[in-house]
Write a protein that binds this ligand. Sequence first.
Ligand code: COA
Ligand code: MG
Length: 279
Amino acid sequence: MSAPRSWLFVPADSNRKMMKALASEADAIIFDLEDSVAPSQKSTARDLLGLLPDRRDGQPQRWVRINPLGTDAHNEDLDALDDFDLDGVVLPKTESGADVATLAGALAPRCLPIHAIVTETAASLFGLLSYRECGSSLVAMSWGAEDLSAALGASSKLGPDGEIAFTYRLARTLCLAGAAAAEVQPVDGVFADFRDEAGLAAEACAAASEGFTGKLAIHPAQVAPINAAFTPGPQEIDRARAIVDAFAAAPEAGVLSVDGKMVDRPHLTQAQRVLLRAR
Ligand code: COA
Ligand code: MG
């Protein structure tokens, strides 16, 4: 199972949207039982999940975002999960790797992969190195600014220049570094303005060059630009292949010149990663 480029959120109380998502090109769908579903609708949403059609080849992976640890809804979600055929579980509002270990324990003996949303509470910003200690269930980490800004008492996640403010850029970077340290997929957060395709494409490309390998989506129109941003282009692949070939031809070399530019071991690592993503 290769790491999903696009992770498309769908409120699980909307059968119409869920069917639409299943027919989309998303690599993974996250059926949401948390923030996009009103408390009075959660039980209906769990029932609807149980009625989804059986999986077919080529369809997106199926993940469910459950409610956070320590809530009644969380326990009700866990009971419902027993009946679903899933690729994994998304756990929001985690504060440390211990939270992931707690969920993994609750899911046992099922070994479902876990994707944690790791920057949604004030305390969460102090726990981002701890995910490397939480065991093998964790496969992805993503960050979110909306819940964090509410938790911090902010009136907006944007600075005076209209860009995401420093606090949330810090959260994003800590998520990226924490995921790299834990050797799991770093997934960039939501781009809320779903009519702004150019803005989304620019943000997704920036995320890809920084090291994220996927991005959360909230609308089917966001899937194609995200998939494109996280798929290496022909020039990037050619360059990566040239670097890998150059080192293969000179296995003792520490540093080489490829097309007139210096390359050393970190470049080889990057090139190998590009070829892996190019599949
Ligand atoms: N997944 C699947 N289908 C979706 C979808 C999604 N996330 N978002 C919209 N659609 C569907 C709509 O149902 C509509 O289909 P229809 O014409 O057959 O009814 C079509 O795509 C176009 O939708 P549009 O009119 O552009 O948007 P909207 O106003 O209906 O919905 C949102 C806007 C934001 C409410 C919706 O995109 C959504 O629910 N997103 C997910 C929110 C979420 O899960 N948040 C939690 C994580 S932050
Ligand atoms: Mg939320």
